[in-house]
Design a protein around this ligand. Structure first.
Ligand code: NAP
Length: 421
């Protein structure tokens, strides 16, 4: 448990470091000091292995990139089973307050203890902190064993809606009085047929939830010179949720980014199928077709925007194409608050064995460094990871798929990345 002499603000059971500064939001901009305080949740299971290793890599990269002029001041906060060592709660108010106060945080994987009163700790954090965009870049790092012929053709960033859809957690088990009441209402008032032995789930999708996500994705495409944005939906079947997602997405693009974007229909009808220079092409694809597209024509896609459930499936399917979960970073981002995290779970069978691949957290930290406005440090890490993989010095998960690889533990892998920085 960390201690410190004085701290503002105050927390119940942790003490914020005194040698760093908070990131501030001024107007609509993040102002990042040279020594930002970043809360870090180590997490459960293999979180203990990967977070220690990752912090060393991040610190070394920041040191190398900025020669000591900048440094991250880590602030350990707790969630999951790990939090029960100090709190009665798996998601303590201290942790939420720290993330809200310091804006940017890094997180390891978390266990949601069964019967703890939480559907999912991760989903709860996203909802409490209003982290409405799950951002998952999926690109190939040379040398990583992958199941497709041209893994390097994939370089997409998925923006998945994080708070709505069937993931909103509005559901009732078969036979409960709530399920019966909803079925009664729907059959008697709405005149639809539902079997009486049904469980019920509700799929809310709003203009607000959709458009703030699409806005973020379009801004990302503009900032990163990405030529296309694809809205993925199942609107041919679910017209007023998924279909509306598509329509609200196009409407937002037209209203707020009319100068920067152009629709596929306009390009076809007015420009002979050639996107005019300087414009970002916005189009939509039906979800099932999109799963084929990312396998058959991955190079056609850049920024992909999806509702919650489709995005969950698509993110993991795309990650598999470039070598799996160990290489897949992610972040949950709201208007400013951002939680960068390992996209895999706690992999408990490997906990404390110094085996697991820390790549997902380290690459999430690369995203975090870019978010801080320190991309140089992130680029150093990416190059060092590529070099380490090219040397075939890798953790077990990659070693078992590579010929002639030298299998190393989590800590030694991090050491080699640091050596290669
Ligand atoms: P998991 O922890 O992601 O692990 C499943 C398998 O994926 C592992 O056995 C391992 O496969 C592979 N794997 C995962 N991370 C890896 C890494 N860093 N390097 C190499 N291989 C890796 O999924 P799970 O076993 O279904 O879930 C375990 C717990 O994690 C559950 O309590 C779940 O609720 C929680 N969870 C948390 C998060 C989160 O915090 N964001 C996300 C998902 C799940 P091999 O055995 O084949 O090597």
């Amino acid at each position: 448990m960390p201690t410190g002499k004085s701290a503002v603000p105050k927390f119940a059971k942790v003490t914020a470091p005194t040698d760093g500064q908070p990131i501030k939001i001024v107007g609509n901009k993040r102002v990042v000091p040279d020594n930002p305080i970043i809360p870090v949740i180590e997490g459960d299971g293999t979180g203990r292995d990967i977070m220690k290793a990752s912090r060393r890599v991040i610190d070394a990269a920041v040191q190398k990139a900025f020669g000591g002029q900048k440094r991250i001041v880590w602030f350990d906060v707790y969630a999951g089973e790990n939090a029960l060592r100090f709190y009665d709660d798996i998601l303590p108010a201290d942790t939420i307050k720290a993330i809200k106060t310091y804006v940017v945080a890094l997180k390891g994987p978390l266990t949601t203890p069964i019967g703890g009163g939480f559907r999912s700790l991760n989903v709860s954090m996203r909802q409490i902190l209003n982290l409405y965009a799950c951002v998952r870049p999926v690109k190939y790092y040379s040398g990583v064993p992958a199941p497709v012929k041209r893994p390097e053709a994939m370089d997409i960033v998925i923006f998945r809606e994080n708070t709505e859809d069937v993931y909103a957690g509005i559901e009732w088990a078969k036979g409960t009085k709530e399920a019966k009441a909803v079925i009664k209402f729907l059959t008697s008032k709405m005149k639809v047929k539902i079997r009486s032995d049904s469980g019920i789930g509700i799929k809310p999708m709003s203009v607000t939830g959709t458009q703030r996500l699409v806005r973020k994705a379009i801004q990302y495409a503009i900032d990163h010179n990405r030529p296309t944005i694809t809205l993925v939906h199942k609107g041919n079947i679910m017209k007023y949720t998924e279909g509306a997602f598509r329509d609200w997405g196009y409407a937002l693009a037209k209203k707020e980014f009319g100068k920067e974007t152009i629709t596929e229909t306009e390009v076809t009808e007015k420009f002979g199928g050639q996107t005019p220079a300087g414009k970002i092409l916005i189009r939509d694809r039906i979800a099932d077709s999109m799963f084929q597209q990312v396998l058959l024509r991955p190079d056609d896609y850049d920024v992909v925007v999806t509702p919650n459930l489709n995005g969950d499936y698509l993110s993991d399917a795309c990650a598999a194409q470039i070598g799996g979960l160990g290489m897949a970073p992610g972040a949950n981002i709201g208007d400013h608050i951002a939680l960068f995290e390992a996209t895999h779970g706690t992999a408990p069978k490997y906990a404390d064995k110094d085996m697991i691949n820390p790549g997902s957290v380290i690459l999430s930290a690369v995203m975090m460094l870019e978010y801080l406005g320190w991309p140089q440090a992130g680029q150093l890490i990416e190059k060092a990871i590529e070099k380490t993989i090219a040397e075939k010095i890798v953790t077990y998960d990659l070693a078992r798929q590579m010929e002639g690889a030298q299998k190393v533990g989590t800590a030694a892998y991090a050491d080699r990345i640091i050596f290669n920085l």
